[in-house]
Write a protein that binds this ligand. Structure first.
Ligand SMILES: [Mg+2]
Length: 234
């Protein structure tokens, strides 16, 4: 049986969070006249997101709704039609951001395909994530693509069962401690942590050394890391 590599998508294969950061900056600038304190606005936005994600999930559309709700909480009962249409425009730019593939990803996936079964496992809104997979041009590298609401330890257990994966020879590769590294390790898989400097705050968690944890500075390092672990048999 081929060893299996499961890849995260956002901020592992392509840029994602930088576009959210950009949208937040635009929002902060927009509401500067009514809420000049950055930390205060960010605090409210954080609260709103923590309330809304469990109800409505991830995805740009829900994030834009969170911006609207943050604005409402700060602006009170006033009529804010001008602001609301400007928030809608920030949302449009976010929803239509270009697919910015991280350098080296495509060639690395191509070189890994021969020896490994490649899967893509991403969380978020099904329609939005599918559209990104389509637009990325990377779809053809993967044997299978799965989109889930939340990448919990149970979600990994289910993935393993559904695809009859051998935990001793299956690796989760991703940038998020909370969604990729830690739940995969808890599910008994290997994990390859590929840190990304623009990882979203809510994805951060302490990563302790673990016998099944590898760290790669770039996806380009993955073939050699794996080859060290399982030297090719000629
Ligand atoms: Mg990610």
């Amino acid at each position: 049986m081929k060893k299996c590599l499961i890849f995260d998508a956002d901020d592992t294969l392509w840029e994602n969070n930088i576009y959210f950061e950009r949208a937040i900056e635009e929002f902060l600038e927009l509401i500067l006249p009514i809420a000049p304190k950055r930390e205060c606005v960010l605090g409210v936005l954080n609260e709103v997101e923590k309330e809304s994600i469990p109800l409505w999930g991830y995805g740009s559309r829900n994030f834009i709704n969170s911006l609207v709700e943050t604005f409402r909480r700060l602006y009170g009962e006033h009529d804010g039609a001008g602001y609301l249409s400007a928030i809608e425009q920030i949302g449009e730019r976010l929803l239509n951001h270009p697919m910015d593939i991280i350098p080296g990803v495509s060639s690395t996936l191509e070189s890994l395909r021969e020896r490994y079964r490649l899967m893509l496992f991403t969380k978020g809104d099904v329609e939005e994530q599918s559209s990104k997979v389509d637009r990325s041009g990377l779809k053809g590298h993967f044997d299978c693509i799965e989109i889930t609401e939340e990448k919990t330890t149970d979600a990994y257990h289910e993935l393993v069962q559904r695809h009859i994966l051998d935990r001793d020879f299956t690796f989760m590769v991703g940038n998020s401690p909370r969604s990729d590294v830690l739940p995969a390790l808890r599910a008994g898989l290997w994990a390859v942590f590929v840190p990304h400097p623009h990882t979203w705050d809510l994805e951060h968690e302490e990563v302790e050394p673990h016998p099944r944890l590898l760290v790669a500075q770039s996806l380009r390092d993955l073939p050699s890391l794996l080859a060290e672990l399982f030297p090719p048999q000629d």
